[in-house]
Design a protein around this ligand. Structure first.
Ligand SMILES: [Zn+2]
Length: 237
């Protein structure tokens, strides 16, 4: 089954804007579920503190570079999902990323040959991913969100990269998607032991699925066939 990629506006901009619509009571309920001690010191009576806590959690939730999506437990997931359902303030449905979309199509075709039951993956553009403004980092081009359907999202700047890098990033994010879809034990049954680090594991899964090693090129990001480093440098986490 071919997943129809649709470029839709996703992400942090919408999340953060939507937190402005939460009532004080909704924010307090969300923040009372905080498990992280740094955040639990937040004064529940202080509306500004409440609001910034919710904003930080929303950004973290959709930015795996800062907090792995699965572990962003600071705010009730249900609250974040409600926020995500709200329309982003600045929808950007017109943006097109033809190179990214073409890479997605090529990779998705291979993915469903390897895993015919994979299901849908949604391709999104996240306007704020990759901005070094507290919502992302300059090195960040993409991430995978453990949603149903699964989402791979890319910053608009990804489109400007050489194809070898776009393909490397795409393979890596779809490596995460495989893990979210099937879980590590099932994948290890098929391919043997996988790396303990979540990022190296995504690269390894991608190299099994797409039959090309993931390298790290001059930009310190994933690429294929670029003559870069053979393994993710440790300093990148
Ligand atoms: Zn990753």
């Amino acid at each position: 089954m071919r997943s129809n990629p649709k470029i839709v506006s996703f992400g942090t901009a919408g999340f953060v804007a939507n937190t402005a619509k939460l009532s004080r009571e909704q924010m307090r309920e969300a923040v009372e579920s905080v498990s992280c001690s740094a955040l639990s010191n937040c004064a529940l009576e202080d509306e500004d503190a409440l609001r910034s806590t919710v904003e930080i959690a929303a950004v973290d939730w959709c930015n795996e570079n800062r907090v792995p999506v699965k572990h962003a437990a600071a705010i009730e997931r249900a609250t974040l999902e409600e926020l995500a359902l709200e329309k982003p303030v600045k929808p950007n449905k017109g943006r097109s990323m033809p190179k990214v979309e073409a890479s997605f199509n090529r990779h998705f075709d291979t993915l469903v040959r390897v895993f015919p039951d994979f299901g849908t993956v949604e391709l999104c553009v996240d306007e704020l991913a990759g901005n070094d403004n507290g919502a992302g980092s300059e090195r960040q081009f993409g991430y995978c969100a453990d949603e149903r359907p699964l989402v791979v999202a890319f910053a608009p700047k990804t489109e400007q990269l050489p194809t070898q890098y776009i393909d490397g990033l795409m393979a890596h994010e779809l490596g995460h998607a495989c893990e979210f879809r099937y879980g590590v034990p099932k994948l290890e049954k098929r391919w043997g032991k996988l790396p303990a680090s979540i990022e190296r594991r995504a690269d390894k899964i991608a190299s099994h699925v797409f039959k090309r090693p993931i390298e790290y090129g001059e930009l310190d990001i994933q690429c294929v066939g670029c003559g870069g480093k053979k393994m993710r440098p440790r300093r990148l986490g």
